[in-house]
Ligand binder design. Structure first.
Ligand code: MTE
Ligand code: QUE
Ligand code: MOS
Length: 755
């Protein structure tokens, strides 16, 4: 597709003029919330005394569990999470009470007057301890295919290992925030930084004990989310709703960076034990893996995340005999939650670690091992989905060519021979990522479009703009169907009164689902306009049977040279002739099903494929490294907007690289997060981007692609970042072949792997 410069938010963001929740002027009478957070990770509450805080001048209310008018429950998938705990504290920084005051500093001072008596309990923090005690939200899950036990008997090599991948802080620029405004006598309007308007509305209605139509949730845009405002935003949205409902005044919650980092959940750390069997060539025959994740104090999305990790435990490899087991473990940390990739990266990390081990033990090229095992069309994944349009081999071959793989290998060998302290290494990371919510019912969405009589267009979907430029993609789709310039289209905030029951904008399905819903609504409008246009064109002397073309804001008959009719003229006439200029579109992704008992089905509508190769140079004395180059080949159908997709691939790669090389979530032995701001938690900066970053988007023709043949880009490219981890491991192994590099590959981890 041709280059499309159209980007709705780009100029606003770089000029600092895009507005976020909380940027608007304060409302008169608005109360500011601050929280009394739990000082310990696990305890029985004996008493909570807020009488002194309540009478503090400027304090309007102090709310806790006793004040909840409806159900004190915000658990959604599994109902295990209270808004405020009543008897048991489950994690450090769990909110126990909310102070509402005239300004933030008053609220903060009053928080200091709240007294808590508690009986401390030993916290469980580690996966192994939780697993040994059987602290799981649900019993073990299993996916099995072929005869694993039998297959191991015929393997030339059997290797075993265990792999750990760590947590990750979302570090969205905009912290958690919400403004709740009572309007009229019976409505609360929530401007809430959430990826899921429906969930905030639904949970708030249960907590307040009022119908959902009395709560309107609106999201203008988010300053980044990355999964961290999916479930994790609900608690704050509901808190603000509760405050506004009980005080009848606007309430604003904005967490500071420290509060946000201490109180909210992160990417799930995963610990996996595995056994892999292959033949003499390295072709995998059997794969037995158990995945365990650290879910934190409440279930949140842990079970769905574990499931996606299990679905990605094969990555791009066809393994005829596989047993994949998974357990989501409860610990006393803030509930871990969705984070770009949603368990996929964690599952893929394990099989890639195993592949690396096969290559090392067999003394073979890791690229070769990957290629001989890559999915071919017609292969069946362990969960029963038939692989069509596999891009695994194609993208691996292309990235190897772009990175000049064989020559780079000999250069690196030579370099490592000639240099004692500096060592280079190369890492490969192929990706196959399943697109669709694996919870099938979530794969649906709606759009509402109005054409106003000046020919301008207003589009609402349930999708949330969070920097991925969903709004530009929706506008591109509508512009294409109606044949009008993008500038005629305004993509509105996501608002439950315009688009109800919206699934979270997540699982990379935002543009697929909302784009398709908008396409369907726009097609209805076009069908309404076509007969009017045909009549008007016939009045101009055209054949009444000619095909009507809508293009570039003009309307004309196919084959005619100079259009004389504008889109707006057609719209005005349609309105005069009483033809509807508003339409609703509904889309549900077809053909999805999954039987959890059997562990079998078709959980994904399609897959996104790609591969990355990274080359690094490590200083074996200091543990510092630089990324010399990274090559990425990303297959994504017929891109709706190449630059936006390039931005997504670039950002996701950097985020993934940060996860596995520098970002370390650290808690002390009491379950208190020590990493709580940028001085104690290192995210990649501009200087950490590879010196050479070569990204190639590959167009593909897939029968299973989505809106106008495009494919999702949001999450999958994060996985490319792991190429850097394996490159560093390769550099280490040039010195010490048996070395195991721990995750994340910080300078400390690199040095200790060498010792
Ligand atoms: N890009 C930006 N700039 N900011 C974000 O918060 N979230 C990611 C990805 N890209 C995110 C982003 C995640 S986790 C998902 S699921 C997708 O965007 C969601 O949007 P999409 O489905 O429209 O791609
Ligand atoms: C990927 C996702 C999500 C997912 C499954 C995926 C996700 C999400 C849920 C989910 C599951 C059950 C529920 C619910 C949400 O599943 O983001 O409300 O009841 O929220 O494969 O990204
Ligand atoms: Mo993305 S983790 O599915 O919000």
């Amino acid at each position: 597709m041709a280059k499309l410069p159209y980007h709705i938010n780009g100029k606003l963001h770089v000029s600092g003029s895009s507005r976020f929740i909380g940027d608007e002027a304060p409302l008169s009478g608005m109360l500011y919330a601050k929280f009394f957070f739990s000082p310990v990770a696990h305890a029985r509450i004996l008493s909570l005394n807020h009488s002194r805080a309540k009478i503090f001048p400027g304090v309007h209310a102090v709310l806790c569990a006793q004040d909840v008018p409806g159900e004190n429950m915000i658990g959604h998938v599994i109902k295990d999470e209270p808004l405020f705990p009543e008897s048991k504290i489950m994690y450090q920084h769990q909110p126990l009470a909310m102070v509402l005051a005239e300004d933030e500093s008053i609220a903060e001072a009053a928080v200091g007057l709240i007294g808590l008596e508690y009986e401390e309990l030993p916290p469980i923090l580690e996966i192994t301890e939780a697993d040994e005690r059987g602290e799981w939200y649900i019993p073990e899950r299993k996916i099995e295919r072929g005869d694993v036990k039998g297959a191991f008997k015929d393997c030339a090599h059997i290797l075993e290992g265990s792999s750990f991948s760590g947590g990750q802080e979302h570090f969205y620029m905009e912290s958690q925030r919400v403004r709740a405004i009572p309007v009229d006598h019976d409505l609360i309007h929530l401007l809430c930084a959430t990826q899921s308007t429906m969930e905030v509305q639904e949970v708030a209605s249960h907590v307040l004990g009022i119908p959902a139509h009395r709560i309107a949730v609106e999201v203008p845009r988010l300053g980044g989310a990355f999964g961290g405002k999916e479930r994790a935003a609900t608690i704050w949205g509901v808190m603000a709703a509760l405050g506004a409902y009980l005080t009848r005044r606007p309430v604003q919650i904005i967490l500071s960076r420290d509060e946000d980092m201490r109180a909210t959940g992160k990417r799930h750390p995963f610990l996996s034990n595995w056994k892999i069997g292959c033949d003499a060539q390295g072709k995998i025959r059997a794969w037995d893996i158990e995945l365990m994740c650290n879910g934190g104090a409440y279930a949140d999305l842990s079970v769905a995340i574990l499931e996606r990790a299990m679905f990605h435990a094969d990555n791009i490899y066809h393994i005829p005999n596989a047993r994949i087991r998974g357990r989501a473990c409860r610990t006393n940390l803030p509930p871990n939650t969705a984070f770009r990739g949603f368990g996929g990266p964690q599952g893929i990390f394990v099989i890639e670690s195993a592949i690396e081990k096969i290559a090392r033990i067999l003394g073979k090229d890791p690229l070769e091992i990957r290629k001989i095992n890559a999915y071919q069309n017609g292969d069946i994944a362990p969960y029963g989905q038939i692989i069509k349009d596999s891009g695994a081999t194609k993208t691996l071959d292309l990235v190897a060519k772009n990175a000049d793989y064989q020559n780079s290998l000999s250069e690196i060998r030579k370099f490592n021979k000639e240099n004692r302290i500096l060592k280079q290494g190369m890492g490969i990371m192929p990706v196959k990522f399943g697109i669709s919510f694996t919870t099938a019912f979530l794969n649906q969405g709606s759009a509402l479009i109005w054409i106003y009589i000046d020919g301008s267009v207003s589009v609402s979907t349930g999708g949330v703009e969070m920097g991925q430029e969903l709004n530009s993609k929706v506008a591109i789709v509508v512009a294409k169907v109606l044949g009008i310039p993008f500038e005629r289209i305004r993509v509105e905030s996501s608002h439950t009164q315009r688009t109800g029951n919206a699934s979270p904008t997540a699982a990379s399905t935002g543009s697929d689902i909302n784009g398709n819903a908008a396409r369907i609504a726009a097609e209805k409008l076009r069908a309404n306009l076509e007969p009017i246009a045909a009549k008007m064109l016939a009045e101009q002397g055209n054949s009444p049977d000619a095909r009507v073309i809508f293009e570039n804001g003009m309307v004309y008959c196919a084959g005619t040279e100079q259009p004389k009719l504008s889109f707006t003229q057609v719209v005005v006439r349609a309105h005069q002739e009483r033809v509807a200029l508003g339409a609703y579109g509904y889309y549900a992704t077809p053909d999805l099903w999954f039987d959890r008992e059997l562990g079998e089905g078709r959980p994904f509508y399609y897959y996104v494929y790609g591969a990355a190769i990274a080359r690094v140079e490590l200083n074996t004395l200091s543990g510092e490294h630089r990324i010399i180059s990274t090559h990425i080949v990303h297959e994504n159908g017929k891109s709706l907007h190449q630059e936006i997709d390039m931005g997504q691939v670039t950002g996701a790669f950097v985020q993934g690289m940060g996860w596995c090389t520098m970002e370390e979530v650290v808690a002390d032995n009491k379950g208190r997060y020590l990493s709580a701001n940028p001085s104690t938690y290192k995210i990649p900066g501009i200087r950490d981007i590879p010196e050479k970053l070569d990204i190639q988007l590959v167009e593909s023709d897939s029968s299973e692609a989505s809106v106008f043949g495009s494919k999702a880009t949001g999450e999958p490219p994060l996985i490319y970042g792991m190429a850097v981890f394996f490159a560093l491991q390769d550099a280490i192994r040039s010195v010490k072949p048996e070395a195991e590099l721990r995750f994340p590959a910080t300078p400390e981890a690199l040095i200790s792997a060498l010792q």
